[in-house]
Design a protein around this ligand. Structure first.
Ligand code: NAD
Ligand code: UDP
Length: 312
């Protein structure tokens, strides 16, 4: 039977790919977004599908609909966007979680939270397993995002324990691919846009900090598989590609792949910028035995570069 699925943040980078896949799988999708960091352009190609519904709505305000599943993705993910209005970012994570969990409880829907590797802050344990509590500065510039997401996890776990809500928490590690906004400010989109327009590549700090990058298609597979796990699987579960890269190596790769004349330059590191990040995948391998990241960085970057070329 056709499921009715609500995707909050559905007009964003990840949300738009998720809506597309859920529709292709034969579901009915309600995409809810306030367009803070997403765009109609990401989902315009879905608008003539009768099983797709677009709702302009802010998750900080309650929303009611009869649905079977909820993917709660609404929240700006790029530091530039989430630091623009930090109070709103916290409200989006916390009030958004309360509103969506309330809805899930009322209509008995399964609900998946797009949590983040940022809950580990600047980690002192490497790679990061789910049982690591993290190292987050609660009053730093990233706290509005990190602590908002941490509180959302707490809310999810407590709605599960207190009210039996069927929850799934995915701790998503850095994800990239087509439909990232050109002005998003995250490292892969910044470097590709800079390289394609022959501007200086801006490395923050000395470029020795690391991230592990996952291509969007791999993430979408994992999110849907996680949603379909048995009720006793709640997470949190790390979802990421454990291949780890230094930011300077990423910059050089992008310059090479775009055949750019851009020069790599260095700017001061932002405060509290995590120095290393890599998912411990032991748990995910057990819970999602059929899933593993399939797209390596070279293939993923080339696909993303093609997308940005068209956009520019
Ligand atoms: P994005 O900014 O492209 O998408 C977020 C979407 O949420 C946007 O369409 C935005 O307009 C919408 N939104 C923001 N505030 C809202 C509100 N108050 N009400 C309704 N809609 C709102 O970012 P993304 O990369 O697609 O991230 C999606 C989710 O995944 C976020 O929750 C993010 O924290 C999480 N995540 C992403 C990554 C990543 O690497 N991309 C990593 C970890 C977690
Ligand atoms: N970064 C960079 N130059 C940029 C954008 C980001 O060197 O133009 C660095 C940033 O300081 C961080 C890493 O790249 O160390 C990843 O940044 P991003 O904002 O993509 O993700 P997050 O820090 O949230 O993992």
């Amino acid at each position: 039977m056709r499921k009715r699925i609500l995707v909050t943040g559905g007009a964003g980078f990840i949300g738009s790919h998720l809506c597309e896949r859920l529709l292709a799988d034969g579901n009915e999708v309600i995409c809810l977004d306030n367009y803070f960091s997403g765009s109609k352009q990401n989902i315009v190609h879905l608008l003539n599908n009768p099983y797709f519904e677009l709702v302009r709505h802010d998750v900080t305000v309650p929303y009611y609909a009869e649905v079977d599943e909820i993917y709660n993705l609404a929240c700006p993910a790029s530091p530039i966007y989430y630091q623009q209005n930090p109070i709103k970012t916290i409200k989006t994570s916390v009030m958004g979680a309360i509103n969506m969990l309330g809805l899930a409880k009322r209509v008995k829907a399964k609900i998946l939270q797009a949590s983040t590797s940022e809950v580990y802050g600047d980690p002192e344990i490497h790679p990061q397993p789910e049982h690591y509590w993290g190292n987050v500065n609660p009053i730093g510039p990233r706290a509005c995002y990190d602590e908002g997401k941490r509180c959302a996890e707490t809310l999810f776990v407590n709605y599960h324990m207190q009210n039996n809500v069927n929850i799934k928490i995915a701790r998503i590690f850095n994800t990239y691919g087509p439909r990232m906004s050109l002005t998003d400010g995250r490292v892969i989109s910044n470097f590709i846009v800079q390289a394609l327009t022959n501007q200086n590549i801006t490395i923050y700090g000395d470029g020795s900090q690391t991230r592990s990058f996952m291509y969007i298609d791999d993430l979408i597979d994992a999110l849907i598989m996680l949603m379909n796990t048995p009720e006793n699987v709640t997470g949190p579960i790390n979802i990421g590609n454990p291949e780890e890269y230094r930011i300077i190596d990423l910059a050089n790769k992008i310059v090479e792949f775009t055949e750019s004349k851009s020069v790599v330059t260095f700017k001061p590191a932002p405060p509290d910028d995590p120095k290393q990040r890599k998912p411990d995948m032991e748990n995910a391998n057990k819970i999602l035995p059929m899933w593993k990241p399939m797209v390596n960085i070279d293939t993923g970057l080339r696909k993303t570069i093609e997308y940005f070329k068209q956009q520019l």
